[in-house]
Design a protein around this ligand. Structure first.
Ligand code: ATP
Ligand code: MG
Length: 282
């Protein structure tokens, strides 16, 4: 069971013309153990693409199969349950908080998907613990906490539905470096400990390089690369993708040029520092 796109196209209906936001997209995502970054310039179709993964948008051509259900659905087929199975965290999800208390907000999702009050409470508390929301905050208003905490509450609201696959649309946007790192640690643990598949849209190449295993690059609604991150960043035609290199790789390329330090790709700052320390001792 997984997610499969077959020749998927999506047109937004415009006033005068229909706009092709996706064109002949083919891809397949396993239900477990994937950590995929979706990257590409603004307007390239990233958000449109991921909204097909939980049937928020239905393809205007081609088909998407989500965990065994084909979309667009046959008449009378229900698709709402897919929103629970594939948890989608929108850009700036904190704008969608609305309940009186933090705990009620996190309980909203499971209650909506037929959990009883008691079940929803258990799931909400578990999700709050995962994202590091202290029990002291449960009865507080979600509008009286910091932006970073609001983001965590919003993520907990999705986790409380116990989705099989987690899809995140720029989850770290607008957070400070610590907030970014803390949030990414939550997703990394869900991936490494629970083997959850994570699909993450990001403009931040340092995050993509540190956390993702596979990268999909979109350009004007088409996939122009889908493969291992190592193969993307070491691609002989990398320049043709019009992407920035992650900082550790930029530093290493610079040092190779300036002081002949042998280039060995490192995808996060810790590995970079370890390599530089070793090189300094040689
Ligand atoms: N509701 C809409 N109606 C019409 N056109 C839309 C709508 N939403 C998006 N589009 C258009 O579809 C294209 C793809 O948009 P999408 O939001 O998927 O891009 P994106 O890659 O997520 O961009 P960003 O990085 O800015 O979030 C864009 O050209 C956008 O203008
Ligand atoms: Mg977007």
């Amino acid at each position: 069971m997984d997610i499969q796109f077959k020749d998927v196209g999506y047109k937004y209906k415009g006033i005068k013309v229909n706009y092709d936001a996706l064109d002949k997209v083919n891809l397949s995502i396993d239900e477990k153990d994937e950590f995929i970054a979706i990257i590409g310039h603004t307007g390239s179709g990233k958000s449109t693409l991921v909204q097909h993964m939980n049937a928020l948008l239905l393809p205007t051509s081609g088909t998407v199969n989500v965990l065994g259900q084909t979309l667009p659905p046959q008449k009378n087929q229900k698709i709402n349950h897919l929103r629970q199975k594939v948890g989608l965290v929108f850009q700036f999800p904190e704008y969608q908080l609305f309940e009186e208390t933090i705990l009620k907000d996190i309980m909203f999702g499971p209650k909506n998907f037929k959990s009883t009050e008691e079940e929803a409470l258990i799931k909400a508390k578990k999700a709050a613990t995962i994202v590091g929301i202290d029990p002291d905050l449960y009865e507080q208003s979600p509008f009286r906490i910091s932006g970073g905490q609001m983001r965590r509450v919003a993520v907990a609201g999705i986790l409380a539905m116990e989705p099989k696959i987690l899809v995140l649309d720029e989850p770290t946007r607008g957070l400070d470096p610590k907030g970014r790192k803390d949030l990414m640690k939550i997703f990394k643990d869900l991936h490494e400990i629970d083997h959850k598949s994570i699909v993450l849209i990001s403009h931040d190449m340092d995050i993509v390089s540190e956390y993702a295993k596979r990268v999909i690059v979109l350009e004007q609604g088409e996939i122009i690369f889908d493969g291992k991150k190592e193969d993307l960043f070491e691609h002989p035609d990398f320049d043709s993708f019009h992407l920035d290199l992650p900082t550790p790789l930029r530093i290493l390329k610079h040092l190779e040029k300036e002081i002949n330090l042998p280039y060995q790709p490192k995808y996060d700052f810790e590995s970079l520092l370890r390599y530089l320390k070793e090189a300094a001792h040689e």
